[in-house]
Design a protein. Structure first.
Length: 448
């Protein structure tokens, strides 16, 4: 793969704006001209009352009693087109009954003080390697590039987002809607965890954790044909991921050397590529990334519907996630476009991602096919994860395929799942330790 030039560092004058005109992580502090986007709030929202894990987060939101300002649907989509993505416009025009209820905007996303301190101290030292894509240095946990000079830097801001030392889904689903005209939906139930060895309090560089970006565990509970099938993956900031799978029929662990990028995830009829997990996953080295700019856009924000476990199961009997589980607000986003590098294979010729300016979380994306036609629209919702003092987008998210007429949901806790759990420290949880994410441990936990 051809190396590209190393990205230029931001100037001292640009970095000096952090904490002044810009927030500590690089967003514009000020609101927009008509204040439909307010000034930055200064801290992550806190629960109202004595919330504890397992209780529905939305019941403790200070915005829970707000009413929509207006609703966008097929009848008025053109009026708001300048604040929508192509994927959103396609959904509104093509999906009968699809709506976007828009609420007052609140900029309640920030990070803990130690994450902000690492962002400040590391802003001038964070570096993309000479290969043009891997992360060579950064102070973590923190935002590596709060004043990004290139698209690849924005990508790493998301991949290294602070989510504590790890996240656990004790019971969630991946669903695939039926083929058009059919009733055969897929609804696989799983347990899942991610581990970020650099996410603990203090300051850690990539080299201190051997370049590990994250460990990932996925274990099927349903359907019966896949129950007991487990997978462990390790992702790195500077080399290919490593994947090991345990298959119940063979009762052994196998290495899966090509289980990455757009390789479909096992069990979902080729509808779910690996690199669409949590909107954007794995190495970003197959694309050339550029910053298109910033725009005001309606995105899912303060949206606790994505973790509403007692909502009806989404993704099995309707063509989209229920309208009342999606709350939209107007925010500024970074727009980053990726085009496949010459001589490299990927099923999507181009991808566009939209990153919330306050959290660097991906909220929307689009895939385009080799003819330049819009192929997929993906959408996630942001909400404050109070345990870690930061926002997250790891709740139920959706990927709509305009070619097949089907859609995927993942991290889906609706329909009786369990709330997602975030860990500031390991807290005695074996999954929040590096030695859990090994082939040897996969064999041990799978043979029980």
């Amino acid at each position: 793969m051809t190396a590209t030039t190393v990205n230029a560092a931001p100037s001292a004058a640009e970095l000096d704006k952090l904490g002044k005109d810009l927030t500590p992580v690089g967003a514009e502090k000020a609101g927009n001209k008509d204040n439909s986007i307010p000034a930055w709030g200064g801290a992550t929202d806190k629960p109202q009352g004595n919330w504890t894990w397992g209780q529905y987060r939305g019941d403790f939101s200070k915005h829970k009693n707000e009413k929509p300002l207006f609703v966008i649907d097929a009848s008025n989509v053109d009026k708001y087109a300048d604040k929508l993505s192509p994927g959103q416009i396609a959904m509104l025009k093509q999906m009968k009954g699809y709506q976007m209820a828009v609420y007052p905007s609140h900029r309640d996303c920030s990070y803990p003080d130690f994450v902000l301190a690492n962002t400040k101290s590391g802003a001038a030292k964070s570096k993309i390697a000479a290969d043009g894509w891997s992360l060579e240095d950064a102070n973590l946990p923190g935002v590596p590039f709060p004043v990004p000079q290139a698209g690849i830097e924005v990508i790493w801001n998301y991949l290294m987002r602070y989510q504590g030392v790890g996240v656990e889904w004790q019971s969630a689903r991946t669903t695939v809607s039926p083929r058009p005209g059919s009733t055969g939906a897929i609804a696989g139930r799983f347990e899942q965890s991610t581990f970020y060895p650099w996410g603990k309090k203090g300051t850690t560089t990539p080299s201190q954790v051997k370049g590990v970006q994250q460990g990932f565990f996925y274990g099927f509970k349903e359907p019966t044909a896949l129950a007991g099938q487990n997978m462990i993956q390790t992702y790195f900031v500077n080399k290919d991921s490593e994947t090991f799978g345990y298959f119940t029929g063979q009762r052994r662990v196998r290495r899966l050397p090509n289980y990455s990028y757009d390789t479909p995830i096992i069990g979902f009829e080729n509808q779910f590529p690996n690199d669409s997990i949590q909107m954007l996953y794995g190495n970003p080295d197959r694309f050339n990334w550029k910053i298109v700019g910033k725009k005001e856009m309606f995105i899912q924000y303060n949206n606790f519907g994505v973790v509403k476990v007692d909502a009806p199961l989404q993704g099995t009997d309707k063509p989209f996630i229920d309208n009342d589980l999606r709350r939209y607000e107007l925010h500024r986003v970074w727009v980053v476009e990726g085009t496949v590098k010459e001589g490299v294979r990927h099923s999507a010729a181009k991808k566009t991602f939209y990153f919330d300016e306050d959290s660097w979380l991906v909220v929307n994306s689009e895939d385009y096919d080799n003819q330049g036609k819009l192929w997929r629209h993906k959408e996630a919702g942001i909400y404050p994860a109070w345990e870690i003092g930061a926002c997250s987008n790891t709740g139920t998210y959706a990927m709509y395929d305009f070619a097949s007429g089907r859609y995927v949901t993942d991290s889906n806790v609706t329909g009786g799942g369990k709330d997602i759990r975030y860990f500031v420290e390991a807290e005695g949880n074996p999954r929040m330790k590096e030695d859990f994410y090994t082939a040897e441990n996969l064999r041990a936990i799978s043979d029980r």
